[in-house]
Design a protein around this ligand. Structure first.
Ligand SMILES: O=C(O)CCC(=O)C(=O)O
Length: 510
């Protein structure tokens, strides 16, 4: 999304300029005695700069990438950008457009084009181009070989003349591009400690189901539940060796492709990218039944009313695996359901905003069917996390570790990033506490665009409502009466009493 990228870039440029400014002041220091208050100001600026500093992952050297942000061109005496000279007449195109065009080429042509100029060498070695080629051509059947280009070349070498490929180790030093620099930076950054500090979620250990419903499910509040996965065999058993053994050649959904676990783990070990592939499979327990018997639904979430639909229920449970840096960008869970997410291995940073607060940098379409947000999770942290510090309604945050479960109430925006390689199971469910919300959601006029996880999106409302009536007669009417009663009891404002507007108004429309 353009506006997001712009704010990211201005941050990089500001940093660059600020650093220059500080250097000047330091030199100046030697010559002139600075009054105390100026010194204080300088110290504060330096401290601020230190806090803002980003560190690169240990596997990345700051010199491993030749591309520099465009702002650096201002400080370069030669003012020469090989990005432009090497593109000829194409230099007027934006970086995104150049990459879109290159994305139409097959691997051999991309390899040949990389030899034409320094500029094309940089563009044609852009890893996401090779990632697309691998995923389009090989689907999930590839052995990751340290980089996407190398994976592609290795897999296709019997079809290609390898002498056509120049080594991507050629470093081009005078290439300036915000777009390519950003992509590299986001793939190379460590999470900053201050992004992980805030831990304001309520934690509970050993509460009763009644307490959970009263204090968290009904008021629709997140909570982190400790100690409720004790019976899960998965906690003990699920290491790579076990999973590869029980899953064998079974393939799991990983983004746009299906992959065997062995190949996925090999990829996870070598992945160094902005948005690592994420295994997210809704049919894992059908594919490998033993995985389904290695866990059980925690006691708090056993009422699962979508089960009245049998095989016709929307997707509801997923196994999730991914390397550090993988995760889920901001979204609200499908069909107005609530969810729980239990971590088996690793740890996950969560950021959650209540339904009435759209997270900064996130732009849902008016009907909620589409969400535009920053390109990657790390980009969100870089550009938008800081803004939440001054917000009245701060997000709920935590790190959820192995053995812990987070409850994600319906309608809450959430973002998750894995801090290390992680494995989790999540289930979305409907209990009495949110049945009316779900029915209301399924009945929306644009349900065919909003409903997800099932083929029959249009008729889900009728099917679900009749199945509930058949299995739990009178429940819907009872819940509606209770909700109306509650709405009446809610304190009405003075304005509402004098105008008699919507007193006791109730939102459910069925
Ligand atoms: O990446 C994760 O573990 C979070 C998954 C999630 O947000 C979801 O299933 O809605």
């Amino acid at each position: 999304m353009l506006s997001c990228k712009h704010s990211f870039l201005s941050q990089i440029l500001m940093k660059k300029k600020r650093r220059k400014k500080t250097q000047k002041k330091n030199k100046f220091n030697k010559l002139v005695k600075i009054p105390h208050f100026h010194k204080q100001q300088l110290l504060e600026e330096e401290k601020e700069e230190e806090e803002e500093a980003f560190s690169l992952k240990s596997s990345v050297s700051s010199h491993s990438h030749g591309v520099q942000p465009l702002g650096n061109l201002l400080f370069n005496s030669s003012s020469h950008n090989s990005r432009n000279t090497g593109l000829g007449n194409l230099q007027t195109l934006s970086d995104e457009l150049v990459l879109d065009i290159l994305g139409l080429l097959e691997g051999t042509h991309l390899g040949i084009l990389a030899t034409v100029s320094k500029s094309l060498c940089v563009f044609c070695n852009h890893e996401p181009l090779w990632r697309n080629l691998v995923l389009e051509n090989l689907k999930g059947d590839f052995c990751f070989n340290g980089s996407w280009k190398s994976t592609y070349v290795l897999a296709c070498k019997r079809f290609m003349n390898l002498s056509e490929f120049v080594s991507s180790s050629l470093k081009v030093r005078d290439f300036y591009s915000d777009y390519l620099f950003q992509s590299w930076l986001c793939a190379s950054l460590e999470m900053k400690p201050e992004w992980l500090e805030r831990n304001n979620i309520e934690r509970r250990n050993g509460i009763s189901v009644e307490e959970f419903i009263l204090n968290f499910e009904k008021p629709n509040k997140p909570v982190l539940l400790e100690g409720c996965l004790k019976n899960w065999g998965a906690l003990e058993k699920w290491d790579r060796e076990y999973l590869v053994r029980v899953c064998g050649d079974v393939e799991f959904a990983v983004g746009p492709v299906d992959m065997k676990l062995e190949n996925f783990f090999r990829y996870s070990d070598g992945a160094k990218e902005e948005r690592p592939l994420y295994l997210f499979d809704p049919k894992f327990a059908e594919k490998v039944p033993v995985l389904g018997s290695d866990y059980e639904v925690p006691v708090y979430f056993r009422e699962d009313l979508f089960s009245v639909l049998g095989n016709e229920r929307p997707d509801y449970r997923w196994v999730i695996m991914g390397p550090a840096g993988s995760g889920s960008s901001f979204h609200i869970d499908p069909n107005s359901t609530s969810a729980w997410n239990g971590v088996i291995k690793g740890s996950k940073k969560w950021v959650l905003f209540p339904p009435d607060v759209v997270p900064p940098g996130v732009h849902p379409s008016p009907d909620g069917a589409e969400v535009a947000c920053p390109v990657s999770i790390i980009e969100w942290f870089m550009n938008f996390y800081g803004a939440t510090k001054t917000w009245k309604k701060r997000p709920i945050e935590c790190v959820c570790k192995a053995g812990e479960v987070i409850f994600v109430p319906n309608g809450w925006w959430h973002l998750v990033i894995n801090l290390e390689e992680s494995i989790a199971i999540t289930q979305n469910y409907v209990s009495r506490s949110n049945l009316l919300n779900v029915l209301d959601f399924l009945k929306k006029p644009n349900a065919s665009e909003l409903v997800s996880g099932t083929k029959d999106r249009v008729n889900l409302y009728e099917k679900f409502r009749s199945a509930i009536e058949a299995s739990f007669p009178g429940t819907i009417t009872q819940l509606m009466l209770k909700a109306e009663e509650k709405a009446k009891q809610k304190k009405v404002s003075y304005w509402e009493t004098v105008t008699d507007a919507k007193v006791g108004g109730f939102k459910f429309s069925f």
